[in-house]
Design a protein. Structure first.
Length: 524
């Protein structure tokens, strides 16, 4: 593999902007097109894969031909796509490469032991290997000096390459060595900020309101991929112990993005809410004492968190979960998109965070160095959390050992027009109880827009519904792709609209769920 001189600095720059292993990015582009910006491949299904990054016209119709065949765009796009896949549910770089080539369907096939295109990802790992592996494999090629520069985000790549090469060669897989524990200085960066949990019998319990027939959470879920990996932001938690407020803003970012009215947050507003709750004064460092999660939840219910546009975002209600019951926590996270947890952080977790490793229990975790607040937003055999500006994985063992409290939050911004949960959660009884013990007032229902049309697609059915009326179709049943998520191509959406609302223009909100997808069309 010889990286053309003209592309070397561009690959290195894209790898820095969208933190991915630069050598792996170069190997991917070589494997896709041999660095040919004009490469054009007609796939077996008739679609066209275009340019250096082989951007498929069906899978990515938003990318124009001009963009796909532009090497600068293609290099940057490939890096961004790799990072988004890595943050959006792929557990390692090998799965990320499988997803780039064959979508999450290939990843699920790999996890289930089913046939998949293993050669693609293995080729790239061989091309991008970083050093001598298992004392038998020599590195294939030398790239320019810029591409040899590694940062901490790439440390896990070496161990993944090593283990996959051992598998290819038939050697035993070895666990990567445990990273050394860092010292615990007086001012640990980044910050924490959660005050200890004190049980209060007045807390409303999730288990009381849980309906008898609740949907089972799938093997993999989460919408954290809706937010670009670099858009979460620290929100002040790198310098101040405001993790409780940063977590609140991160949850609101996710809910409003899911609802189609995305809100953004800036550190200044997060810190202003933190000051209002705790009395923190930026001119007095000693006033930075953190907050109790319950106190922040009460503030969010009564006042709301302030976004970058000056709008307040209130929550409707909050319920205590049993942190000893992982299934209860995961069910709540699945139904309501996020669960807020209070955890203790051992010294080992900081080393794992710095090395882009999951939080896990080790032989010697070291002392507790802080108490933290993070939202759980996804699950894939490990919990996906938002903290310190990014996605952090957490194993069930770590959760069981270090989680001290857990809360599920009902946000009006994610409820339907009637203030009800479509999953069957007993909101009516909950709101009655809340009215008796708090000053909570249920949100007023939002009336439907004049002429609004609601179209629903359901997995496994050869029909869709228009305002509740079924319409048969002459195509195969709508399928789950990947398993656990209903994907409806944009061309199908356009075909349904053309059939049901010919010649009518308007705005469309399209919400894909796990078994149903709902289109809301409002004419101009």
């Amino acid at each position: 593999m010889d990286v053309p001189e003209i592309y070397r600095s561009k690959i290195a720059q894209a790898a820095r902007v969208h933190p991915v292993p630069a050598m792996m990015l170069a190997a991917l582009l070589f494997r896709e097109s041999s660095f040919d910006p004009n490469c054009r491949t007609v796939e077996p299904d008739g679609t066209i894969s275009r340019g250096m990054a082989q951007i498929n016209d069906k899978a990515h119709p938003d990318v124009t031909d001009a963009q796909a065949y532009d090497p600068d765009f293609a290099i940057n796009w490939a890096a961004a796509e790799l990072r988004a896949l890595r943050d959006g549910g792929c557990r390692n770089w090998y799965e990320t490469l499988l997803a780039y080539n064959g979508g999450m369907t290939a990843v699920y096939a790999y996890r289930d032991g089913k046939p998949f295109n293993a050669q693609y990802a293995t080729d790239i790992f061989i091309l991008s290997q970083l050093n001598q592996i298992a004392d038998k494999c020599q590195r294939v090629d030398t790239l320019c000096g810029e591409l040899w520069a590694l940062d901490q985000l790439n440390e896990d790549l070496y161990h993944e390459v090593a283990n996959w090469m051992r598998l290819v060669m038939g050697w035993p897989v070895e666990a990567p060595p445990s990273p050394p524990l860092p010292p615990a200085p007086a001012n640990v960066m980044p910050k924490f900020g959660r005050k200890p949990y004190v049980k209060d019998e007045r807390d409303l319990r999730y288990s009381k309101y849980r309906a008898a027939a609740m949907p089972t959470y799938p093997a993999s879920f989460g919408h954290q991929g809706l937010i670009p990996w670099n858009a979460w932001g620290m929100l002040g938690n790198d310098t101040v112990g405001d993790c409780t407020c940063a977590a609140a803003d991160h949850e609101t970012m996710l809910w409003t993005t899911e609802g189609g009215n995305a809100a953004t947050f800036v550190p200044a507003n997060t810190l202003s809410d933190y000051s209002a709750i705790t009395g923190y004064n930026p001119d007095d460092p000693d006033s930075d004492q953190g907050a109790v999660i319950r106190d922040v939840l009460a503030y969010r219910q009564k006042t709301g968190m302030l976004d970058a546009a000056g709008r307040r975002h209130k929550i409707g209600a909050y319920l205590a979960l049993d942190p000893a019951k992982l299934d209860e926590v995961l069910e709540a996270a699945y139904l309501f998109s996020a669960v807020e947890i209070g955890i203790n952080i051992p010294q080992s977790a900081m080393a794992q965070f710095e090395n882009d490793l999951p939080w896990d229990v080790t032989a010697d975790d070291g002392p507790i160095i802080g108490s933290h607040d993070v939202p759980v937003v996804g699950w894939n055999g490990a919990l996906y959390c938002i903290t310190w500006g990014g996605i952090q994985e957490m194993t069930p063992a770590f959760f069981a050992k270090y989680c001290e409290e857990a809360w599920v939050i009902l946000s009006p911004e994610m409820l339907n027009a009637q203030g009800l949960s479509p999953e069957g959660f007993d909101l009516a009884q909950l709101q009655a109880d809340l009215a008796a013990v708090t000053d909570y007032t249920p949100p007023a229902p939002t009336p439907p827009a004049p002429g609004q049309t609601v179209i629903t697609v359901t997995a496994g059915k050869k029909c869709y519904t228009v305002d509740g009326q079924e319409v048969l179709v002459d195509t195969p049943a709508f399928l789950m792709d990947p398993p656990g998520h209903l994907f409806v191509p944009i061309r199908t959406v356009e075909a349904i609209l053309e059939k049901e609302l010919p010649g009518v223009t308007g705005t469309v909100a399209w919400d894909e769920g796990d078994e149903t997808a709902t289109l809301t069309f409002v004419p101009n």
